[in-house]
Write a protein that binds this ligand. Sequence first.
Ligand SMILES: Cc1cc2nc3c(=O)[nH]c(=O)nc-3n(C[C@H](O)[C@H](O)[C@H](O)COP(=O)(O)OP(=O)(O)OC[C@H]3O[C@@H](n4cnc5c(N)ncnc54)[C@H](O)[C@@H]3O)c2cc1C
Length: 430
Amino acid sequence: MSAMKPQEDADSYYRASCRYRIDARPLRGARRADVAVIGGGITGVSAALHLAERGAEVAVLEARDFGWGASGRSGGQILAGFSIDQRKLEKLVGEARARELWEHSLAALDLTRRRIAEARIECDLAENYVHAAVRESQARDLREWAEHLSARYGYELQYLEREQLREIVASELYSGGVFDRRSGHLHPLNYCLGLAQAAQRAGASLHNASAVREVRESSSETTLRTDGGSLRCGQVIYACNAYLGNLQPRLEKMIMPVGTYIIATEPLAPARADALIANRAAVADTNLVLDYYRLSADHRMLFGGRVNYSGWAPRNLERPLRRRMLRVFPQLAGARVDFAWGGKVAITRNRAPHIGSFGARNWFAHGFSGQGMSLSGYAGGLLADAVMGETARLECFRAIPHRAFPGGRALRAPALVAEMAWRRLADRFA
Ligand SMILES: Cc1cc2nc3c(=O)[nH]c(=O)nc-3n(C[C@H](O)[C@H](O)[C@H](O)COP(=O)(O)OP(=O)(O)OC[C@H]3O[C@@H](n4cnc5c(N)ncnc54)[C@H](O)[C@@H]3O)c2cc1C
């Protein structure tokens, strides 16, 4: 049981059920590549895979181990759309652009499934997703959202009345929900490492324990320095997401790292697991600080929730999460919790992903705002295309206006805490 360890060192269920070993080595000495990717999560390894397939010489530098960040800790839900409500996105970028972006989110789901099939990645891919509303007002909003997506985008979702929802999710908590058969879930670490292996097979060099400490640009190339070596390259992709730190301040100020946590119960008897979520859908509620959960392939309840804006990991993750789980499923009162862990998501101010470039040779994708499982792989491919000179998809994402968090490093977290407290209050009384 790992509940008392710091969130980043806790043994997750994913580590314990990991099927892949990556044969990576730390960067040593002076090397060169066409493209350097900083960060070995899904964004980074997907970019490397796409680039290697297109014949580029690409090296990925990962500070710890591949999949060590959010990609190996995630709830694993692969969802259509974005963390920002599609209706808000329309207001931000206009209807035509919002429609293109929506299509990209569906293409991201397709790409995820294609990559898994092509590389035969063993990551327990499963279909179905339920978006559940706790209060009546939230259920009404969810119904309007589903109608909007159907009318404007032709995206079919099934609205579930309280009783219909209960037939799928055995909880008394919800007033209504929406069933989405195109979204689903997977084992995020195995998916990430399966992609990393595919990138390696395609010719990418993978370096673990190779934190980039310094970036130096000259007129013709960039040099990245790690503790053990240096890498000269023509182009750089930043794929560090919430773990970027102060490596690139112009990117760091655009995101806020937020902690989120998951527990995994012991394996349940299959029939008991089926009785909790009949179609094995991934589930998330519509609260601002949401509960998200699903059953694993070996019949555990993986229950996520809680957020932490301070950057300090809570000392005991298990107790509050268990309480939240029992609020949804009191039936699980006797179930043992085997794992508790956490990780960081990077949120942007408007909760839309931040994808773009700066200078002549730098590309980035981050700020998926808690919804990056399928988008991050897509963003990696999109950046790879941009590096190769095809920027149409990048331009679409670049049309989303983003603003820096106010207040610099020291004031960002308190400002966000105040904003979230206010929004939570508004949420409660909506
Ligand atoms: C607990 C949790 C639950 C989540 N649940 C869901 C979900 O259910 N559905 C969903 O869609 N999304 C979810 N997310 C979000 C999703 O996991 C992320 O959006 C996605 O994994 C981001 O991938 P990434 O590759 O961009 O970043 P990461 O996977 O975080 O990878 C970034 C990597 O960069 C490395 N790095 C940082 N700095 C350096 C440096 N200087 N040098 C070298 N390497 C560096 C880090 O070590 C890290 O491995 C969740 C996230 C968390 C933490």
